[in-house]
Write a protein of this length. Structure first.
Length: 162
């Protein structure tokens, strides 16, 4: 497994650009709320730790991971942030619904990155069970939300190089 023996929350703050003057959108799925709230907390804390100002963090909720693409698209349209973090959690069930939601969400976020000049960071857990999701949202593997925040900062700075 890719995250085995790796804590996703570890980062060297001295290697991260200061986020003081950057604006971030965070779009959070309400589905699997225990997981998405933990991911949001990881992202929020990391952004603040790296200098982002609370007034420059905009959070929107959407019903599920499938709706993240539209939420992020609207965030770009109405708030023009420097980067967006799309937070979701899809847990394998007994049907193929998992496959359709994961594929559509990944492709939708990829399309936003191709179509717009605002980086959209994929922070959607696609786990086999709740135990795996918990391990990646503040458990033994750290918090994928933290990792997404660091990626958002780096990509926002890269986006300003025009």
């Amino acid at each position: 497994m890719a995250t085995e023996n790796k804590n996703l929350s570890s980062y060297d703050k001295t290697t991260i650009p200061n986020a003081k003057n950057l604006r971030f959108g965070i779009v959070v799925s309400e589905w699997n709320e225990e997981i998405t709230e933990a991911l949001f907390q990881g992202a929020h804390e990391a952004l603040l730790d790296c200098g982002a100002q609370k007034k420059n963090l905009i959070r929107w909720n959407v019903p599920g991971s499938f709706e993240l693409t539209f939420g992020c698209k609207q965030m770009i349209k109405w708030h023009d942030p420097d980067a967006i973090i799309a937070i979701g959690s899809v847990i394998q069930g007994e049907t193929r619904h998992f496959d359709f939601v994961c594929q559509a969400t990944a492709n939708g976020i990829k399309d936003l990155n191709v179509q717009h000049d605002v980086p959209v960071i994929f922070c959607v857990l696609t786990d086999d069970n709740m135990e795996q999701a918990r391990a990646r949202s503040g458990g033994k593997h750290g918090n994928k939300g933290t990792e997404a925040a660091i990626a958002a900062i780096k990509m926002a700075v890269l986006g300003q190089m025009d």
